[in-house]
Design a protein around this ligand. Structure first.
Ligand SMILES: CC(C)(COP(=O)(O)OP(=O)(O)OC[C@H]1O[C@@H](n2cnc3c(N)ncnc32)[C@H](O)[C@@H]1OP(=O)(O)O)[C@@H](O)C(=O)NCCC(=O)NCCS
Length: 294
C-alpha cells in the first residue's frame, strides 16, 4: 500500500484523536480519551509540530498513523486498527529514535496500551524496558457520602483567580515523581485552558484562605462518565480526608450532569493506587511506559 507522511498541523488534531478513539474502541469496546487531547498535546511549549510530529496517510486519504515527540524524550504513537500489520509502527518507531537522537536526548519513552500486543512486542524486541504502569480507575457515583471534613477545611469550585496557586500546588505534589516541572503555560495547556475543562465540576480545597487541594475535571462527552485529570493535596495537609472529600464533591457534580461513574488515570510512581482502591475505585485497564536508550 502506498503511504505518504508529513508533519502534523493543528488541523490534523481531530483526525489524530479519531485514531486513538478507534484503537480504544477496538481493544476495549469504549473510548476513554478526551476529544481535545491531541490538540492540547500539539500546543505544548517545546513541541514544534513541523519538527516533532509525523502523520502517515493512506492513498485514500485515511489517517493511518501518527507520532509526536516532546523534548526528544516523550513520544506518543497511534496506528489505526484498519492499518495494523503494515509496518507503520516500526516506521514511526524508527522516526522517534532518529529524531530523539537528533534532539540530543540519550533516552526516549512512550506509553503503550497493555492490550496492544503488537506494539508491546515491537518495543520489547527493540530493547525497551518497563519504566512504569498507568492504571485507569473507575468509581460509580452512587458511593455513600464521605465523613465530615477536618475543621477549618472548606471546598469550592475551581476559581480562575487561583490558577497560579493551583499550578504550584499540583507541580509541588507531583515533583517527587516527575522528572521535569511543567511551566504554568504548559500545565495550563494540558488542564485549565482546554475546551474540555469543567471549572464548575472541578474542586478546590482551602484551609482558611490558603489553597491546599485541587481536583481538575474534564468533559468526556457521550460516555456517561466523568473524567478527573488531576488530583493533589498539599503535603502538609495530607491524611485529613481532603482528597476523599474533593473527589466526592467532583463526582457529585458529575452526577448532576447525568454521569454515573468517575474515571481517572494514576501512575505507579505516585503510589496512589492503594488510596483509590481504598476509596472504592477499581482498575479498568492499564498502560505501560517503556523506555530505551537512543
Ligand atoms: C494521593 C493524595 C491526593 C492523597 O491525599 P489525602 O488528602 O492525603 O488523602 P485522604 O486523606 O483523603 O485519604 C483518603 C483515604 O485514603 C487513605 N490513603 C491516603 N493515601 C493513601 C495511600 N498512599 N495508600 C493507601 N491509602 C491511602 C487514607 O488513609 C484515607 O483513608 P480513610 O478515609 O479510610 O481514613 C496526596 O497524597 C497527594 O497529593 N499526593 C501527590 C499527588 C498524587 O499522587 N496524586 C494522585 C495520583 S493521580
Amino acid at each position: 500500500m502506498e503511504l505518504s507522511s508529513r508533519p502534523a498541523t493543528p488541523d490534523d488534531a481531530g483526525a489524530m484523536y479519531q485514531v486513538i478513539a478507534a484503537g480504544e474502541q477496538d481493544w476495549h469496546g469504549q473510548v476513554d480519551a478526551i476529544p481535545d487531547q491531541v490538540a492540547a498535546d500539539l500546543r505544548r511549549p517545546g513541541l514544534n509540530p513541523e519538527r516533532d510530529t509525523l502523520v502517515v496517510h493512506a492513498e485514500n486519504g485515511d489517517l493511518a498513523g501518527w507520532v509526536w515527540l516532546h523534548l526528544g524524550k516523550r513520544a506518543q504513537v497511534a496506528v489505526h486498527p484498519s492499518y495494523r500489520g503494515l509496518g507503520i509502527g516500526t516506521m514511526l518507531l524508527d522516526w522517534i529514535e532518529a529524531r530523539s537522537h537528533e534532539a540530543g536526548s540519550d533516552w526516549v519513552a512512550q506509553t503503550v496500551d497493555d492490550a496492544d500486543k503488537a506494539g508491546t512486542d515491537l518495543l520489547r524486541s527493540r530493547g525497551y524496558e518497563v519504566l512504569a504502569t498507568n492504571w485507569l480507575l473507575v468509581r460509580s457515583i452512587d458511593v455513600p457520602a464521605a465523613r465530615e471534613l477536618s475543621a477549618g477545611i472548606r471546598l469550592g469550585a475551581y476559581d480562575p483567580a487561583r490558577a497560579h496557586e493551583v499550578h504550584e500546588l499540583v507541580e509541588d505534589a507531583f515533583s517527587a515523581f516527575q522528572s521535569r516541572r511543567k511551566s504554568f503555560e504548559e500545565w495550563g495547556q494540558l488542564t485549565v485552558e482546554r475546551p474540555s475543562f469543567l471549572p464548575e465540576v472541578s474542586t478546590l480545597a482551602y484551609a482558611g484562605d490558603e489553597l491546599v487541594g485541587a481536583v481538575l475535571a474534564l468533559d468526556l462527552p457521550d460516555s456517561g462518565e466523568g473524567y478527573v485529570e488531576q488530583l493533589a493535596v498539599r503535603a502538609d495537609q495530607r491524611n485529613k480526608g481532603i482528597a476523599r472529600a474533593m473527589l466526592d464533591q467532583t463526582c457529585a457534580e458529575f452526577a448532576r450532569l447525568g454521569r454515573d461513574s468517575c474515571i481517572l488515570w494514576t501512575h505507579s510512581g505516585t503510589g496512589a493506587l492503594a488510596m483509590y482502591e481504598h476509596l472504592g475505585m477499581h482498575v479498568r485497564r492499564s498502560t505501560t511506559v517503556y523506555r530505551a536508550s537512543v
